[in-house]
Design a protein around this ligand. Sequence first.
Ligand SMILES: Nc1ncnc2c1ncn2[C@@H]1O[C@H](COP(=O)(O)OP(=O)(O)OP(=O)(O)O)[C@@H](O)[C@H]1O
Ligand SMILES: [Mg+2]
Length: 499
Amino acid sequence: MFFSTDLPSPTSFFTAYASMAGYMMMIRSMAHELIPAPIQDFIYSSLRSLFHRSSSTTLTLTIDDDNMGMSNEIYRAAQTYLSTKISPDAIRLRISKGHKDKHVNLYLSDGEIVNDVYQDVELKWIFVTDGGGDKKSGGGGGRRSSVDDDGKSEYFELSFDKKHKDLILNSYIPYVETKAKEIRDERRILMLHSLNSLRWEPVILEHPSTFETMAMEDELKRDVIADLDRFIRRKDFYKRVGKAWKRGYLLYGPPGTGKSSLVAAMANYLKFDVYDLQLASVMRDSDLRRLLLATRNRSILVIEDIDCAVDLPNRVEQQQPGEGKNRGESQGPLTLSGLLNFIDGLWSSCGDERIIIFTTNHKDRLDPALLRPGRMDMHIYMGHCTFQGFKRLASNYLCLNDTTMPHRLYPEIERLMEGGVITPAQVAEELMKSEDADMALEGLVSVLERMRFKADESSQVIMKEEGRLEMDEMALKRDAEGSPRKNRKRIKKLVLFWT
Ligand SMILES: Nc1ncnc2c1ncn2[C@@H]1O[C@H](COP(=O)(O)OP(=O)(O)OP(=O)(O)O)[C@@H](O)[C@H]1O
Ligand SMILES: [Mg+2]
């Protein structure tokens, strides 16, 4: 009955196909002990091709992991996508876990079937292992080659009604690829790559910072997230306008305001690896070039404390005439133009979905070339803690929710925080001192009071100095009518005082 050519509908076809595949698997496991493996494979593939030929309405796509010697992206996508569609009735699965994986991964094994529906079209996936005798089944779990060392080939077969060929090729397959990417992103373990003897050394990035935990003004946070989303969406746009698909951010502000935390939040949001480039340890353009070329797509390159990482202006002075454009090819010392050329030209043109982040405590000390429009796409100021930022931290650290019933100390804290006297890092430090919200907030209030007092004291000193200057200026004016010698003496005194 399975070999009838008179199949009335795709549904009944698939039912028949599923049963046939099930029978074939049953026959296979029964024959396992009795029939030599090559004969088993021969019978198995003959039955399958006989069955396929018998159904003129069906098209079967074969997807193996060989793309002219390279990995086949569709195979990898199918493997990942199908791992989330495994039927509860499955009887053969492959299980694996990498040393960085948090969870185990399940994949289809030999002969397993997955039924799928896309835009009301029924599809059937089957994972096939051919050849290689009765060696263990490799399964759809991460082999790179479709024919392994045992001569065994592994592939997926995707069957559907022929009339949907265009839909499947142009819409379903891209859908499977997108879904697989989403699944991989979700499972992805982020890595932080740091330099060790001029080589990248990866460790698992387990920074807990997310946009949710960041104490930032809501509007700024929204802007940053929207900018990242737009960047990720605009692959085609970058291609169309001939621009490298990269984005640069400059994060600046005092210590402890969350610049490094924001880098981690961005990485966690995008699921991008981070490459922490300590510029001071890279002395030559050739090393920089090598390191940048060794970074992967979908990653963030971060250069922290750009103002003190390397004395760029001095290095620029060392630059010889004619240097600059192709510094990447030379062996000379690292220059600012070398760095910028790498970022803007050579490096960015051979990478996709790249993000570059510079951080600094002193934007004013940066070379204007770095601040020029077009170099860094977004300048983000990370400032002192606002009351809104404090509320975010109080919710993170003390689980305090201000919407139902704000804590009694909130008005006091709001008043003391006015004008930006404390950094988020200092607030976080205070809030961590006690699990008891009252105690932690009382501690914060006394720290804020001390800081306010100091701030007021120093502003009084400034006011006093300003007052003295004013008085001196008045005296100078008065003396202007007096003797020129006396005036010169007075001016000298003033200059000494202010320098
Ligand atoms: N805006 C913020 N939101 C949430 N937590 C923050 C924020 N700023 C600082 N923190 C807390 O303070 C710690 C130190 O902050 P972080 O290292 O991100 O500051 P930074 O601006 O990079 O400082 P530096 O300029 O010294 O490198 C973080 O681990 C985090 O716990
Ligand atoms: Mg930092």
